[in-house]
Design a protein around this ligand. Sequence first.
Ligand code: NAD
Length: 344
Amino acid sequence: MAGVGETDRTMRVLVTGAAGFIGSHLCERLLKDGHSVWGVDNFDDFYDPAIKRRNISISLGHTQMHLVEGDVRDSVLLDGLFGSIPFDLVVHLAARPGVRPSIREPGLCYDVNVTGTLRLLEAMRRHRVSRFVFASSSSVYGDDAALPFAEDRPACNPLSPYAASKRSGELMCHSWHKSWGLSVYCLRLFSVYGPRQRPDLAISGFVALLREGKPLPVHGGPATGRDYTHVDDVVEGICRSAANLRVLPANAPVFRILNVGHGRTVHTTELAETLGGVLGVRARMSRRPERVGDVPVTLADTTLLEKELGYRPRVELSDGLIRYVEWLNEVESIDPAAVPVGSS
Ligand code: NAD
């Protein structure tokens, strides 16, 4: 197969966390675009691994999809993989995600998110793979940034171990860029939602409670809200980053940090009411105190994203929630036991 810079525009892409929510959508898109994909995933128990196996099953039917079950912290595994495949690009999504879980298990969060990223960067350095997309998070802004969050903010007040682990990942990427010429796009993803979303995410929990007719716990004051971004818009951002990296001359490495967010704060009451409307039930809310580690409000400044990647996320929340609920209903009709809704 032709590599980067040759007439064939396809790439050999390593996707870590391939069986997860975002990873499984990304694999499908990369395959559709003609690329060859190697997915690494350890099917950890952060949520039911059976959900992840279902996520990746569509891609596994494709001849250019290769799944490696293993851990990104395993240098021997990575050396074997990088030694046998000349990857053009690595997209690093594998992580112990989520603010609340990181407060319960900070050590595990650091081990997977920081040591895992270190092992991957080291394998890339040893095997001279120079294009990297890193999944960072809006949580790195903490509560010190003025709204909207712009990429030139210092982002040095993380509120949770998860946020600190993602900022650490960005900083490691920067040092590998400076020391060894790695070209990197760090994408700060803002509250991603859509089909296959993780059971621990707020929307998943709200759906379960709305269906049971229970009130929704709304943490924080009326201003609490998130910039919700549909998974299709996130996958578009990753693919555009990959395309930019592909055409870079080898002697001009880049380092970019970009917000990938929709650019609108949805307050929790609006989220609850919109979701209630989609499900055809009235949303009742019960106010709760703000939780340790949570950023009260997020909002992406998308100016740099538009300039650098030539697009801005488009899927409106109401449309995105309709698609999500349609997908849930479809999954339930096939296998009611496998519905990935959780508790908030
Ligand atoms: P996910 O949990 O669905 O996917 C992560 C995948 O990584 C899982 O399939 C898991 O099994 C795998 N994994 C975990 N540890 C691993 C390890 N040590 N080795 C190999 N595989 C491992 O999560 P997601 O929501 O798809 O998130 C993907 C990435 O995007 C993560 O890095 C996350 O921090 C980041 N992110 C997500 C959101 C969001 O709202 N979903 C927001 C900001 C950033």
